[in-house]
Every structure is written in structure tokens, then in C-alpha cells.
Design a protein around this ligand. Structure first.
Ligand code: GDP
Length: 331
């Protein structure tokens, strides 16, 4: 980028023509911490936001080894075979620490990576979950403007990353393995609630029987959750990324979801709610940062902390005192 700055207009034109190199370069701008790049990236995002799109955004989660990349590869190839353009993005907050637990190395999804109708981008790295999330979310907008109509967002589910991915997609798919009758153990409650579907992967060979049992058990468990506001009843399916079975059925189900929620208005409503939430969260975050950056903040905070430690002041009064003094400076 430094060697040859591409004008914003050229970048936008390239993206709108579906040029993957331009798309890649724009995402790199988006990920840069350089303020000039940020301004440029923002201009590109703004233009891309205005493009109408018929995309579906699908979040995919599951523990390492469940078969996410194998699944995405097979699903992706199935979709490009149907004439779709597929983008694969990732939210992996650990990637900065562990050199990437997902999508980090190029050996994954090799077949899909070579497909002209697919675009694969690893998780942005070196950032907090919030930063990674923002960048991935804006990358979705750019991919859609470039004509990608199925956006797959992968996450390993470290910390809050599932919640964050859930808040940027239309459909949330949880991949599971069948165990020995203990399927429901060790599953985070919140994830069951977020899932629009659970796919029991590796339902092949001598695993098939266990997978059928898991399917029954998960179906029963899902019934215990309150119905979703959009009227969708979460489904449980079996699949095998290795044998390519059950994959088309999963896509059919997602299309059924899209049809149903478009018809009852929830599809658009959900995206609008997500946009508003992202705005509100960003404002909250930026306000916090704004105060934290103020020079007087740290000294006042530390002195109040001492007062709290020695029981001189109530924590709530201390908080009010600090904020009153910081806002006073703004006047
Ligand atoms: P990820 O860590 O969730 O991305 O999982 P991978 O896609 O890397 O798969 C982990 C391992 O499970 C690999 O050795 C795959 O070959 C294997 N695997 C993935 N899908 C299937 C499947 O459907 N059936 C079987 N038997 N093995 C699978």
C-alpha cells in the first residue's frame, strides 16, 4: 500500500466489479491502524453500504476439531456449484496470540480457496475482540458489494466471540460432535439459545448411530428453550463433511429460514436492530476510550482508588466525583 496508493475511486470501482484483489486491498485498509487508511477505508465502506444486496450471512461455530473448515469447504463448493459467490471470514480473537487457531494457515480449505467464486479471508489479528469484530463486520459489507451473496463467518467460540458473531449474521449454525450420550454436557447454555440450527458433524462410519442419538437428544433439549421471536424453530441435522452428506439439506434449511423470515419481516428487522446495536455499542466504547485518554483521568482515578482502599469514600460517590470532574473539563 505504501509503495502504490490506490485511489479510493479505483478501489470502489474494482470492488463493485467483483475484483477480489481490490476487495482484499480494501480489507487490508480496513484492518490498518493508520488513521489515513481508516479514513480511506471508511469512504469505501460508505459507498459499499449503499449497494443493494441479496446476501445471507451465516455464522458457523464449534470447538476446534469439530470439522469447521472441512464443513465450510464442502458447503462452499456446493454453493459455488449452485452459482453462488461465497465469502469466508473469521472472528478469531486468539489469532494474535496463537498465530491463528482458525483460518490462519493456508492449508485449510485448499479447494475452496482455488475457486474463482470464493473469497477466503483470515481473521484480523493483533486486536481485542471488539476490534476484530468491527473489522469483520465491515468486511462483510465490502464482500457483499463485491457480489458475494453467501457470507460465512467462522468462529471457534473463545470467550465472547460467538455472541459477537451472532450479532453480525442472519443465521447461526452450531457444529457438534456426537459423544457417548453426554452431548449436552459442556455446552454453553447461551450458545444453545443463539443457535438457529445444530448440525451433528462426522455422522459417518461407525459414528452414524451415535450421531442419530445425539440428534434426538439435541432436538429434545432445544424444545426446552423459549420460542424465537422470529417464529423460527431451531433444527437439528446430521452431516458428514467427509462424505458430503447432509450438506445440501443444511443449505435447504437455511433457505427455508431466509424465506420464512423475509416473509414475516424479521430478516430485515434483525439487520436493522443489529445496525442500531453496533452503533450504540460503538458510542459506548468510544466514550469510554475518550475519557480514558484524558490526561487527568488516570491521576484522579488512582487517587480515588486509594481513598476507596482506605475506606474514605464510597465507590459510587467516587465514580460520580470522577465523572463530574471529567465532564466539567469539557464545558
Ligand atoms: P476445525 O478445527 O473445526 O476446523 O476442524 P477440521 O475441519 O480441521 O477437522 C478436524 C478433523 O476432523 C480433520 O482431521 C478432518 O479430516 C476430520 N473431519 C472433518 N469433518 C469430518 C467428517 O465429516 N467426518 C469425519 N469422519 N471426519 C471429519
Amino acid at each position: 500500500l505504501r509503495r502504490q496508493e490506490i485511489p479510493v475511486e479505483k478501489m470502489i470501482d474494482g470492488i463493485l466489479e467483483g475484483n477480489k484483489t481490490m476487495l482484499s486491498k480494501a480489507i487490508t485498509l480496513l484492518e490498518s491502524s493508520n488513521p489515513d487508511h481508516f479514513a480511506k477505508a471508511n469512504a469505501v465502506v460508505e459507498k459499499c453500504l449503499a449497494q443493494p444486496n441479496q446476501s445471507i450471512r451465516i455464522g458457523i461455530t464449534g470447538v476446534p476439531g469439530v470439522g469447521k473448515s472441512s464443513f465450510i469447504e464442502v458447503l462452499g463448493k456446493t454453493l459455488t456449484g449452485l452459482g453462488k459467490k461465497v465469502a469466508v471470514l473469521a472472528v478469531d480473537p486468539t489469532s494474535s496470540l496463537s498465530k491463528g487457531s482458525i483460518l490462519g494457515d493456508k492449508t485449510r480449505m485448499q479447494t475452496l480457496a482455488k475457486d474463482a467464486d470464493a473469497f477466503i479471508r483470515p481473521s484480523p489479528s493483533g486486536e481485542s475482540l471488539g476490534g476484530v469484530a468491527r473489522k469483520t463486520r465491515e468486511s462483510i459489507i465490502l464482500c457483499e458489494a463485491a457480489g458475494f451473496d453467501v457470507i460465512l463467518v467462522e468462529t471457534v467460540g473463545v470467550g465472547q466471540s460467538e455472541t459477537v458473531v451472532h450479532s453480525m449474521v442472519d443465521f447461526f449454525l452450531l457444529l457438534k460432535l456426537s459423544g457417548a450420550g453426554d452431548e449436552l454436557q459442556g455446552i454453553k447454555r447461551g450458545i444453545m439459545e443463539m443457535a438457529d440450527a445444530i448440525a451433528i458433524n462426522k455422522a459417518d462410519g461407525h459414528n452414524l448411530q451415535k450421531a442419530k442419538l445425539a440428534e434426538t437428544e439435541f432436538t429434545r433439549a432445544l424444545h426446552l428453550y423459549p420460542p424465537k421471536e422470529n417464529g423460527w424453530i431451531p433444527k437439528v441435522l446430521r452431516c458428514s463433511a467427509m462424505e458430503n452428506t447432509g450438506i445440501v439439506e443444511i443449505w435447504d434449511m437455511i433457505q427455508e429460514f431466509a424465506g420464512q423470515s423475509t416473509q414475516n419481516g424479521h430478516f430485515g428487522k434483525n439487520r436493522k436492530t443489529q445496525n442500531k446495536n453496533w452503533f450504540l455499542q460503538t458510542v459506548d466504547e468510544e466514550m469510554k476510550q475518550f475519557f480514558h485518554r484524558k490526561k487527568s483521568f488516570k491521576s484522579q482515578r488512582d487517587s480515588l482508588l486509594k481513598d476507596i482502599e482506605s475506606n474514605k469514600i464510597s465507590p459510587f460517590y467516587a465514580a460520580k466525583t470522577l465523572l463530574a470532574s471529567l465532564t466539567q473539563e469539557l464545558k
